[in-house]
Design a protein around this ligand. Structure first.
Ligand code: UDX
Ligand code: ADP
Length: 477
């Protein structure tokens, strides 16, 4: 028996739900795709006629929205009606790390998953395939199933209501989300019901070849996502740990990474040292892994993965220490330019961005920060620093100490240092010889993303420090 899917709905119109559904709508014109969210402001932004105002910035996203919106792709706050109308419901809501209670600081808070499952239980009509797409800990499908099954008890009024649950974690990376969705490395579908799995495969088959679609049991699917992210984060922590050693020994991290990555068993990707990994997934997924390992008494495994996070924090703190030391041991009342606040290039997302920790450390040291990012709004920066700093405990007021620069000139004017924290392409074209004249002397550039070419600085009086090289920068004349 096959299930015919005509309408799908996605609960959660965020960085995963919005782009994923836009690609499905574009590739499956026969489907009606509805993206719902509790947040009306977000839905209004998705529906904004001005496509530069979409809540998510992703290269290629605007074109998809233009092609599909209000044709077969809809953004709505009508959660009840949309669930009722759908044959398949994706859950793509946020799962932040718990701040209090059992598992605080490690386990994910599943309250939004739970409330989504409750809405599906209440409003679904007929048979509904529920697909978990959120970043979740292992065994979340069980939570969803339990809620759906409990809701069926006492459903004598509507015995025709039934559910199957699939896990289909999303592997897209922000900044390349649309490419990743169109050409996925793999599509993973975990579940028990063959007909439901086939129904989801039939959607993906419209643009993904079947060899790339992996079918597993539900727990393997959930754990694969955590493991993939933990491995990726581990590579970043590994190379970052070596960057510190390079600075001490005179080695150059980009040369080491190249030499190491050419071993096909290691591979060249994800070996770029930087100010530490950010984003909504890596930290949360490792914390989930740590939590679940501890739960099963696997303390050595938990400690192993925890270290990946610790190196990441250490990298951010060590960068701040280097910056302060180079600026004669104090940054109090010094103007420091921050180039880039997003956690990586080509996204407006700042969740867990290393810039948050580094900027907060500098603010605690009394610095005045002038920040430039091509896509991140001032409010976003101010909110993330404010939340991070817990203002009650601090002597500074975030908003008095930070400002948004609207040009590189404004950022540089009177600054003692400029710190490059995000690898935006446009930063590669900065004319440093001109910009540096505006800075206070002695002036420093701290390149934490391997953006600048030191050869351009031969004649300049700028001091350059590069992550993974330190100040021993090789100039090839
Ligand atoms: C990640 C996974 O890549 C993706 O598969 C999963 O679905 C979600 O989590 P994302 O967080 O969007 O995606 O971005 P990613 O490209 O993985 O980068 C994460 C962080 O690692 C960024 O802060 C990035 O700057 C950093 N990074 C990445 C490095 O510092 N060096 C590298 O070589 C690669
Ligand atoms: P991700 O990066 O995983 O996509 P986001 O935080 O960008 O996470 O988006 C998740 C979205 O899910 C948010 O816009 C939030 O308002 C929405 N959301 C959370 N819970 C519910 C719910 N019960 N019903 C509808 N939307 C929800």
């Amino acid at each position: 028996m096959s299930v015919e899917v005509k309408t799908i709905c996605c609960i959660g119109a965020g960085y995963v739900g919005g782009p994923t559904m836009a690609v499905i709508a574009d590739k499956c014109k026969y489907l009606k795709v509805i993206v719902v969210d509790l947040n009306k402001v977000k839905i209004d932004s998705w529906n904004n006629a001005d496509l530069t105002k979409l809540p998510v910035y992703e290269p290629g996203l605007k074109d998809l929205i233009k092609r599909c919106r209000n044709k077969n792709l809809f953004f709505s706050t009508k959660i009840q009606e949309s669930i009722a109308e759908s044959d398949m419901v994706f859950i793509s809501v946020n799962t932040p790390t718990k701040q209090s209670g059992l598992g605080a600081g490690e386990a994910s808070n599943l309250k939004y998953i739970e409330s989504s499952a409750r809405s599906i239980a209440e409003y679904a009509v007929g048979h509904t395939i529920v697909v978990e797409k959120s970043t979740i800990p292992v065994k979340t499908a069980e939570v969803i199933k339990n809620i759906l099954i409990s809701s069926q008890k006492g459903l004598e009024k509507n015995p025709s209501k039934s559910f199957t649950v699939l896990s289909s974690p999303e592997f897209l990376a922000e900044g390349t989300a649309i490419d990743d969705l169109i050409n996925p490395s793999r599509v993973l579908i975990g579940g028990e019901s063959k007909t439901s799995i086939d129904a989801l495969v039939n959607i993906y088959k419209n643009w993904v070849s079947e060899e790339k679609i992996i079918k597993t049991n539900i727990w393997s699917s959930e754990l694969s996502k955590l493991t993939a992210n933990a491995f990726l984060a581990q590579r970043v922590s590994s190379i970052n740990s070596i960057s510190a050693l390079c600075e001490k020994t005179g080695a150059d991290i980009s040369e080491v990474a190249k030499a190491v990555g050419m071993d096909y068993r290691i591979g060249k990707h994800f070996l770029k040292s930087g100010p530490g990994f950010g984003g909504s997934c890596f930290k949360k997924d490792i914390l989930n892994l740590v939590y679940i390992c501890k739960l099963y008494g696997l303390n050595e495994v938990a400690n192993y993965w925890k270290e990946v996070l610790e190196i990441n924090n250490w990298q951010q703190n060590r960068l701040t220490n280097i910056i302060v030391k180079k600026l004669f041991g104090t940054v109090t009342n010094k103007k420091i330019g921050i180039l880039g606040f997003a956690f990586k290039a080509n996204t407006n997302d700042t969740r867990e961005s290393p810039a948050i920790n580094i900027c907060s450390n500098l603010l605690l040291e009394g610095a005045k920060l002038s920040i430039f990012d091509p896509k991140v709004k001032f409010q976003e920066i101010s909110d993330s620093l404010e939340n991070f700093n817990n203002p009650e405990n601090n002597s500074f007021k975030t908003n008095d100490s930070i400002s948004m620069a609207s040009s590189y000139e404004q950022l540089a004017n009177g600054s003692d240092a400029i710190i490059i924290l995000t690898e935006w392409d446009e930063f590669k074209a900065i004319e440093w010889s001109r910009i540096s004249k505006l800075m206070r002397k002695p002036s420093w550039i701290f390149d934490c993303r391997d953006i600048i070419d030191p050869n351009h600085f031969v004649e300049s009086d700028l001091n350059i420090w590069k992550l993974g090289c330190g100040s021993n920068i090789k100039i090839i004349k």
